[in-house]
Design a protein around this ligand. Structure first.
Ligand code: NDP
Length: 772
């Protein structure tokens, strides 16, 4: 026998990790996962079972939390929050203690995770648990730095957190660490399949001296989750399916609860023909077979350049043949068990229903296992290329040119992550910004770290977890916002026109003044009842036209900050030249003498955001790899804005300027009560080199415009500063495409320029490893 033959035929011996200590821990703790409320174990009821998916054996019973138990946990969290928020240093010490204890109990946590979830011990031991620990270390630092680095921010209060089963401990860490660091207290609901590592974590909290009520865990199912969503919390942080995310968006609409959603994905894995093919094949093992493909950011859509496709698929298949599937506790296992027979059934059903392409599968043992699967020759629109399978199934297609790769990659409702493989750094770095995704990995995949934000765009949700960018989701500007009074337009008794000449201001769409689709208008009166003119009433069709104009102006987002700054300065210059005229108009409309001040405020806002246009920089995150994660600030896209009623000109400009400074295109619904300042402003825009479609202005009742703006699939964000409280309608309608919203909930806006700039940008983390 040659040495080669020996290597080729050599098999792995079994290398099982013992489950003894973990099972003993469960037995010692009553054999039931239950609530940890106010620092104590609460009810323990065997309402349903938590099984080991690899064997089908029951590991423990699980208590299904009731609405009353959720309320009890929220009350404990509420009581504990003010004291917890007081000292960042004390919080840092507690978070550090948690991290140290998690290190001490790392093996117990890893074994528990593998028993409960079915993931290979190699992954829970080397990835899930160390990353969870890193999260607590990193956020201990944020707790320490909060006072000096975020002096104008404060905790939200009590955060309700709902996590899925695919990374039970890691998702717990991603949720709890930043919330606690920023002075919040939490009520967390683990997924029904995987509550056990959360129990070990609760025990660690007691050992680490976490004050009672700061961390509360309530086990249960979807109903328990829904009860938490409806409880008296200040925020819901959710990770899970897009379907449930949408329900939570609707359920929290108008409640004033902050919301972050980390949802599904169908992330592209793009391999250019100049890629290091062996590395790209190995990368796929991590992209789609890591955690049995039950990963929201899994590289589940393989796009290979046509010239190398056959060679690539051949290499990939032979690599698949060497993947070892089986007992997750065996240290030599690559692919473990699917979390539950329900999930296995879903994967099986989706793959069996497919009639396209060629399917290649390896083998899997009997039980809750699914074989690594590759389906080639799918079209970009195939169901399997569009829908999240959440299993070890890789769907593939080919492309010819880089632009086609980007087009196929972006042909999805999701936007979580993407991988780009090329040895040509120019090509890779040219492709990354064009991908609709919150995270892009160059020549790598599934890299995550506490220092870099994680989260998506489009129907992959909103908000980031990790890094500086993740902290804003757990804080708010300091101070209390005052209730906003509804500002209504002046009316007249007789309606006699002061001027027989018709003065009906049109809408401003695509750089032109446009008649409203409906053909109706509203009179605008001075406080003394004098008719000042008419403004058009915009409708749903006008919104659609404005969105088309925005889309035609997409080039604006690719311009430089330097160019955008110049245009903002030019707007300011032209407004300044006509300052008296605008001031008089405002005084006449509002019956005040604030016009001059308001014009001055508007000019200052233009200068402020012209200044920021080329200075609101991204960051290079220091992640623990040989490389960097570049946090790039990108425009959100098309933003619909209901403008402040009280300040007809300054309100509009204070919202428009940051949005366009960051490269967005906007549809502004002018002040409902005093719209004429905005309609006069068209002339300033026309003479200031603002490209057509970048700024579109509509007039009409905010209540009629809010829902169509919020439900339009091609509007990416809606802001409302209107004195009509339309927050509930907007948040509810936004669930259609899960757009970002920034609404005032009927309160005066408590926001500085950073709040605007942040709302006007998305952070894309581009991971660039280096070295040979
Ligand atoms: P869900 O979105 O249903 O579950 C996520 C979490 O939300 C769980 O804790 C769940 O509880 C809870 N939950 C369920 N319904 C509600 C509700 N109405 N209100 C509040 N909370 C609720 O995901 P599933 O676990 O059911 O998985 C279904 C599919 O979702 C998967 O096949 C996969 O495609 C996708 N998924 C995506 C994830 C991601 O990270 N993007 C993670 C997990 C799943 P419980 O577990 O008790 O049902």
């Amino acid at each position: 026998m040659t040495i080669k033959e020996i290597f080729d035929t050599m098999d792995y011996g079994p290398a099982p990790e013992s489950s003894k200590e973990a099972l003993q821990w469960l037995a010692d703790n009553g054999g039931i996962a239950g609530h940890y409320i106010n620092g104590k174990w609460g009810a323990l009821r065997d309402d349903f079972a938590s099984n080991n998916p690899a064997t089908g054996e029951k590991l423990a019973g699980v208590t299904k939390g009731t609405a009353d138990e959720i309320a009890e946990a929220v009350a404990a969290a509420r009581k504990a929050q003010p004291a917890w928020a007081k000292s960042g240093h004390k919080r840092a010490r507690v978070l550090y203690a948690i991290a140290r204890l998690m290190q001490k109990h790392a093996r117990l946590l890893a074994v528990m995770e593998t028993l409960d979830n079915g993931k290979p011990i190699r992954e829970s031991r080397d990835i899930d648990v160390p990353l969870a620990i890193r999260h607590f270390y990193h956020h201990a630092g944020f707790a320490q730095l909060m006072k000096s680095e975020l002096p104008d921010r404060e905790a939200l209060g009590v955060c309700g957190q709902i996590i899925p089963w695919n990374f039970p401990l890691l998702m717990l860490a991603w949720k709890i660490a930043p919330a606690l660091a920023m002075g919040n207290t939490v009520v967390l609901k683990p997924a029904e399949y995987t509550s056990l590592s959360a129990m070990v974590f609760a025990d660690i909290c007691t050992q680490a001296g976490v004050p009672p009520g700061v961390v509360n865990i309530v086990t249960g199912d979807g109903e328990t989750g829904a009860a938490l969503v409806n409880a008296e919390v200040n925020k819901i942080a959710f990770t899970g399916s897009t379907e449930v995310g949408r329900k939570i968006r609707e359920a929290t609409a108008g409640s004033g609860k902050a919301l972050s959603l980390e949802l599904g994905g169908k992330s592209p894995y793009i391999v250019f023909e100049d890629a290091d093919i062996d590395s790209a094949v190995e990368g796929l093992v991590d992209a789609i077979w890591f955690n049995q493909g039950q990963v929201c950011c899994a590289g589940s859509r393989l796009l290979v350049q046509e010239g190398i496709a056959d060679r690539f698929y051949a290499k990939l298949k032979s690599r698949m043949d060497t993947l070892r599937i089986g007992n997750p506790l065996d240290k030599c296992i690559d692919v473990g068990a699917i979390v539950d027979p329900v999930q296995l059934e879903q994967i099986t059903r989706m793959v069996s229903a497919n009639t396209e392409g060629d399917t290649y599968q390896t083998t899997a043992p009997e039980g809750c296992f699914y074989p690594p699967t590759l389906i080639t020759g799918l079209s970009a629109a195939s169901t399997l290329m569009q829908e999240e399978i959440f299993g070890p199934v890789l769907c593939a297609t080919t492309f010819r040119t880089p632009s086609e790769a980007v087009e196929i990659a972006n042909n999805t409702r999701y936007g979580l992550a993407a991988s780009v493989w090329s040895e040509n750094i120019n090509l890779a770095l040219d492709t990354a910004p064009k991908l609709a995704a919150g995270i892009v990995w160059i020549n790598g995949t599934n890299m995550m770290d506490a220092a870099a934000g994680f989260g998506g765009v489009r129907e992959s949700g909103f908000g980031r977890e990790g890094g500086w960018e993740g902290l804003s989701g757990y804080t708010k500007p300091s101070g209390t916002a005052k209730p906003l009074k509804k500002i209504t337009a002046f009316t007249t008794e007789d309606g006699t026109p002061a001027d027989p000449l018709d003065r009906t201001a049109k809408l401003y769409i695509g750089g032109k003044q446009a008649r409203p689709d409906g053909g109706y208008s509203n009179p605008v009166f001075s406080p003394k009842g004098k008719l000042l003119g008419h403004t058009s009433i915009a409708n749903r069709k006008d919104i659609r036209n404005a969105v088309e104009a925005c889309n035609a102006a997409k080039g604006w987002s690719k311009t430089t900050g330097h160019l955008r700054a110049q245009i903002l300065y030019y707007i300011a210059e032209n407004l300044s030249a006509r300052a008296d005229e605008f001031a008089t108009r405002i005084n006449t409309m509002t019956g005040t003498k604030t016009g001059a001040d308001e014009v001055e405020t508007a000019i200052r806002a233009l200068f402020t955001y012209a200044a920021w246009a080329d200075k609101y920089d991204g960051q290079a995150h220091g992640v623990p790899i040989r490389g960097v994660a570049l946090a790039m600030k990108e425009p959100v896209g098309n933003i619909g804005i209901l403008c402040d009623d009280a300040q007809p000109l300054a309100g509009l400009i204070s919202a428009m300027a940051p949005a366009i400074a960051m490269g967005n295109r906007v549809i502004l619904a002018a002040s409902e009560a005093f719209p004429l300042g905005a309609t006069d402003f068209y002339q300033i825009l026309e003479t200031s080199d603002v490209p057509a479609g970048v700024v579109n202005i509509l007039t009409g009742p905010h209540a009629d415009l809010a829902s169509p703006l919020a439900s339009h699939m091609d509007i990416d964000a809606v802001w409302s500063f209107s004195s009509s409280d339309l927050s509930a309608e907007i948040e509810k309608a936004s669930a259609a495409n899960l757009k970002r919203t920034w609404v005032n909930h009927g309160k005066a806006l408590n926001a500085d320029s950073h709040s605007y700039l942040q709302a006007a940008t998305e952070v894309k983390n581009i991971w660039i490893p280096y070295g040979e």
